[in-house]
Design a protein. Sequence first.
Length: 462
Amino acid sequence: MFKDRQSVASLLGATSAQSAIQICGWVRTRRDAKLFSFFEINDGSCLASIQAILDTDGETHIELKAIGTGAAVAVEGDLVESPGKEQKWEIRVTNMLLIGAAPADYPMQKKRHSDEFLRTIAHLRPRTNKFGAMFRIRSRMAFAIHQFFQEREFHYVHTPIITGSDCEGAGEMFRVTTFDLASVPKIDGAIDFGEDFFAKEAHLTVSGQLAVEPYCLALGNVYTFGPTFRSENSNTSRHVSEFWMIEPEIAFADLADDMDLAEEMVRYLIKYLRAHCADDLALFEKFVDKELTARLEQVEKSEFVRLPYTKAIDILRASGVSFEHEPTWGADLQTEHERYLTETHFRRPVFVFDWPKEIKAFYMRENDDGKTVAAMDLLVPHIGELIGGSQREERYDKLHRRIEENSLSHEDYWWYLETRRFGSAPHAGFGLGFERFLMFVTGVTNIRDVIPYPRTPKHLEF
Ligand code: 4AD
Ligand code: MG
């Protein structure tokens, strides 16, 4: 069906006129003049629409009259140089087919709609310029991520989505069960998970890290890139309950190597984006964030700051800024602190490393001071935390102690501990939140607008 059709992107990039071409797409606008009808047709292949001109000679076939904004059409005609200034090529239509009409109640008749409104029609918003651009960028960036790792001989590991362990230990997991919730089996008042599907408690993963580590200690450098889930009840513009994470894990490596890799990757992706998505990116610069190019250029060029957590606290305390939360050693950094460091004080990306062990996950490698762990967060302007990572505790005894200190059950982590008994080696990794990254490189301020169907507390449509 329509196998000979060409993409609008390829036609707009043509070097010469062509006869008898075919395209399929959706009408963005229609304008009727006395002898002609002008259609702007977009097929999703690129930001630009192509103009198709239908010679109606004063008469329009009844079916063609129904072709309005939103309709799906197939167009045959000749690609000719456009006399207009706005485009190089246009199509002189020889045949136009209405594939699917869009009646007058098509909700996107206007040129511009608010992000809030478009969120209520997430099934139609990819047909707007902005969301089309966003989801082409998202696709390209996913490809670039694979290319970055594959070029460096990393292996891609598919870690499971259903899991029996809580990687971050924060208890923010969605339960997976086939129990009839009206009659959950119990023994002495306690739920009998032995009767559940997996005969134990199961959850959606918050991170692929624990499952990818054994592969790092076998295949060397590896990465996983998949959906992760958090039942964290934070309704902010930077949190969603389902998001995608890129998690490399590198063998025979320490925290400095980990930061090197993160920095190289962020820079590579921005370079790739600017080289391959220039048109789509320009839309965000024009309508969303005027500072975008300047920020991306700055990140591409400047070296990232590497700042020990203790120093970060000193800088924040000496800043003279009255933060809502007072910066204190031992407490997590709040978004206001993160943004002060990266946007005001340093004005470039900042790695904060060597964090107090009490506020970090059990698997992070303890430093010699006994108080901190070899963890790092990458803070970037506009976002705050973009990446979280660490060197992993590879010493069996220390890891065993950390598991006990965190009251985790040996039953759930025996396999993880075993990787430290047999051929353990220093290794490190990080997680980059894909949606946060897309916000960072497009200037979009709400995470709900960088993922096709956002899932947030009390919100699960579609
Ligand atoms: O800092 P986090 O929790 O780190 C981990 O999960 C590690 N296991 C990663 C690793 O070392 N392999 O999460 C990593 C990143 C954050 O920096 C943030 O960008 C993103 O994941 N993230 C979220 N993005 C959107 N919505 C949420 N609720 C997020 N929670 C974390
Ligand atoms: Mg984190």
